[in-house]
Design a protein around this ligand. Sequence first.
Ligand code: ADP
Length: 355
Amino acid sequence: MPWFGMDIGGTLTKLVYFEPKDTTETEERDELETLKVIRHYLVGNQAYGKTGLRDVHLEMKDQSIGGRRGSLHFIRFPTSEMNAFLELCKAKNFNSLVSAICATGGGAYKFEGDFLEKVGLTLHKFDELDCLIKGIHYIDRNNPCECYYWRNPGNAEESIKVPFDFRDPYPYLVVNIGSGVSVLAVRGPKDYRRVSGTSLGGGTFFGLCCLLTGCETFEDAIELASRGDNRTVDKLVKDIYGGDYTRFHLSGDTVASSFGHMNNKEKRENTSKEDLARATLTTLTNNIGSIARMCAVTEKIEHIVFVGNFLRVNTISMKLLASAMEFWSNGGMKALFLEHEGYFGAMGCLMEYVG
Ligand code: ADP
């Protein structure tokens, strides 16, 4: 039986696959050829087709799931490639093994008909936020160094990742930054509420960056941003005041108006793709940070856990969020991060399957 959890998101589809490693010789002999083929295909490769990838560094070994021991593998591909994935399921004869798979995310609804018509598979649908919370709790409990924070996030040379003990987590806020953003207040394993959200999320950063710089991949967008300076694009407090706004403790280097310089032709001509990418990243990150902080104040919560694939290969945003939470709360709030970033929904979905 192949054990999968699938999270079909607005941008990326995430797949968690559990590979049992404790199979006996008899089991191995009796195992269906199709199952062997699928396992060897998934575990033997790191890339699938043109756009599927396994995040090998995230693999979790020696896990106990559904009474079996084995490894958890983490795979992703763009949701826009769903047709290619369905073709693959067909080519590997997936429906001869199972008649249904567990899925979460909006795509579980959107693609339900395609799965049934094209590969004869029924989707068992689970709510994405239930799955997200379940996945966070499973992975955090079973991966020793899952949760961390940034020490000295505002100082590029001195900032370091420090493990955080998340065993007694409640209450905490989850800010899931995917294509859009959801904010949840979690007070117990099954006690949570979606308290806010914004459509200005990872999809907005990536979309605007493609428009403004002509980049084509998320990795390129982040790389451009890492070489850019948002101050040529954004209007700072000192551009308006000539220095700090001392009465309200606003440093001159605080952004007063995101993209505020771009109405000026000369400034537009003197800005680079790198600067535009950096300003886009800074704008989106600061906006999410400020919503997160307001939610934390309203909910009286100190620990804010940021997840979602927007944070993939994106230490710039993590450090910005960490600095912002620390600064604007006078050290009262802590920004936390998790290594498996965007995979919690898919993990929770697998847990639903196991029961
Ligand atoms: P969703 O479930 O809405 O697809 P994710 O948590 O998977 O959300 O995050 C999607 C966001 O992650 C994108 O909007 C983008 O900002 C970022 N991202 C990270 N890696 C990639 C990638 N390889 N391709 C596209 N977007 C990526």
